[in-house]
Design a protein around this ligand. Structure first.
Ligand code: GLC
Ligand code: CA
Length: 553
């Protein structure tokens, strides 16, 4: 078996370290804070956590700009805290997956400092340096966050390439020493007990070697401006614009070495931040999992689109692939904000959580989803912490938008709104930081009205309990963990699927509407959000129903 059973069976949970739990009262989450919450995660039914980067970083991209791959950001703790975290997590049967940023480092990383120091430095070609052309950058490529992808550096009179912020220079993946250096990083953490990696930003790893122009005249900044102000998603033009910088076939060539290295350590996994099924390779030679972002992207109670996205994954994921299903992350609007309609918020969120928990694949929940945390719109430009929000705000101001509009539009793209501190209880700062401390991002005020762990823990009807019940259901039924999946034809308001494993076949039916809908029920009920006497013919509004179709002995 090349896919470790623990990963297949896992209920995974993304921890955003800066916002999870602040143990020392400086307003910033830390590793000790995570250690303190492991009992909670175990109670919840979580069996694997993915930690967003906790490495030393200037925090322009909140840790996705790494300045040292093999240490811990001092505000988060030390390597000794990391070792304790691993030991304490493993003691509770919780695996720990780390974040591996391959595409770029911080410009403060020692590798880049050396690389930029001289054209003859041995690390010069670890990054992409080019001479300018006609007094400008080497070509027309732009960065994902707008502006030229080339940054001029006066020390050597050349430009370096960056797909994200200018403080995130891209590594040159064509250089064997870069591959070796990253392999050393992986070994370092595997030796310390890490159970795998979530590999960040695979799609922009390689660029066209000949540096040919994109040829697309429209600028990324203009596309973003259109998106901010009209909400119109120009993803197609984005893709066209980036076709020489994004999703190149070369990307797949780095994966086999990562897999080989990983295979040398038992039971480790690689999860890619991509939905490209090509990253599965032949099932043995590339990644163990990728995210099913088509499903995540639905981000609304839309059964037709969910069925379409699920069918797409069923049709395209190779038989040895194993998707990771998710409702959100630190890069997206919070699930509750996407699914709530102001009337049946919890019921709708339950439907979304149940779907994610019971689809084929490993579910990955973003911290706070289990209590229904919502986006917190940023109301003051000084509160933006996400470089993307800051950049958007400054760009809008520079284009003549009013202060209020600039904040409002920048907030649509800033990821701060979904990164606010975890809400633990009803005391000041939601128990994230002590009273009197100002957390790095403001706390959502709804912690005072029940959106916190302590309020929901004793309440069997809470979203938190529903989450825990679903995690248990998954654990108790092998078909719900490992079974194959098929959609079931049903009323247009329903998403229903079958999960079949050897002797057991389960079915999951989710009513995504506020009306009772006729449904053909299986013989045996395992779980329902609605209690009913006698034989049933209607799925109740927003009902989550799980039954057994057949069990052979
Ligand atoms: C990934 C991360 C995101 C980050 C980007 C650049 O998409 O999830 O937070 O900004 O990579 O590293
Ligand atoms: Ca702290």
């Amino acid at each position: 078996m090349t896919l470790p059973a623990w990963w297949q069976d896992a209920v995974a949970y993304q921890i955003y370290p800066r916002s999870f739990a602040d143990s020392n009262g400086d307003g910033i989450g830390d590793l000790q804070g995570i250690i303190n919450k492991l009992d909670y995660l175990q109670w919840l039914g979580v069996t694997a956590v993915w930690l967003s980067p906790f490495y030393p970083s200037p925090q322009i991209d909140v840790g996705y700009d790494v300045s040292d791959y093999t240490d811990v950001e001092p505000t988060y703790g030390t390597l000794a805290h990391f070792d304790t975290l691993i030991a304490e997590a493993h003691r509770r049967d919780i695996r720990v997956i780390l974040d591996l940023v391959l595409n770029h480092t911080s410009d403060r990383h020692a590798w880049f400092q050396e690389s930029k120091s001289s054209k003859h430095n041995p690390k010069r070609d670890w990054y992409l340096w080019r001479a300018g052309q006609n007094g400008g950058p080497p070509n027309d490529w732009e960065a994902f966050f707008g502006g030229s992808a080339w940054e001029f550096d006066p020390i050597t009179d050349e430009y370096y390439y960056h797909f994200f912020f200018r403080s995130q220079p891209d590594l040159n993946w064509r250089h064997p020493e870069v591959r070796e250096a990253i392999a050393d990083v992986m070994r370092f953490w595997y030796e310390r007990g890490a159970d795998g990696f979530r590999i960040d930003a695979i799609d922009p790893l390689f660029e066209d070697a000949a540096l040919r122009d994109s040829g697309v005249a429209e600028s990324i900044t203009d596309l973003w401006l259109k998106y901010f102000t009209s909400g119109r998603n120009e993803w197609k033009i984005f893709r066209e614009k980036f076709h020489r910088q994004f999703m190149l076939p070369d990307n797949y060539t780095v994966l086999p070495a990562l897999r080989d290295l990983t295979n040398a350590y038992p039971e480790r996994i690689l999860l890619g931040e991509t939905d490209s099924v090509l990253c599965y390779g032949n099932g043995e030679d590339m990644l163990h999992s990728v995210f099913s972002f088509e499903i995540t992207d639905v981000a609304s109670m839309n059964p037709a689109r969910f069925r379409e996205a699920i069918q797409f994954r069923i049709a395209h994921v190779p038989s040895r692939g194993w998707d990771c299903n998710t409702l959100g992350s630190h890069d997206r609007s919070r699930a509750m904000t996407c699914f709530a309609d102001g009337m049946d918020n919890q019921a709708r969120m339950q439907v979304a959580l149940a779907m994610t928990m019971l689809l084929k694949g490993t579910p990955m929940f973003y911290n706070g989803e289990e209590i229904g945390m919502e986006d917190l719109p940023i109301w003051d430009a000084a509160l933006f912490r996400d470089g993307l929000g800051i950049w958007a705000y400054e760009t809008l101001i520079a284009h003549g938008y009013s202060e209020a509009d600039s904040i409002r539009f920048a907030d649509t793209v800033s990821r701060d709104k979904g990164r606010t501190p975890m809400q633990w209880n009803g005391t000041a700062n939601a128990g994230f930081s002590p009273d009197g401390i100002q957390p790095w991002l403001p706390v959502h005020s709804n912690y005072t009205v029940g959106v916190n762990v302590a309020a929901q823990q004793p309440d069997e009807k809470s979203l938190l309990h529903f989450f825990r019940r679903m995690a248990l259901l998954r654990r108790e039924h092998v078909a719900l963990r490992r079974g194959e999946m098929q959609l079931i034809e049903a009323d247009a308001r329903i998403v229903a699927f079958r999960r079949e494993h050897h002797s057991q076949t389960c079915m999951v039916a989710l009513n995504m509407s506020n009306e009772a809908v006729p449904f053909d029920f299986p013989p045996t009920l395992i779980f329902s959000t609605h209690e009913a006497e006698g034989p049933r013919t209607m799925l109740e509004p927003y009902e989550v129903y799980v039954g057994i179709i057949g069990e052979r002995v």
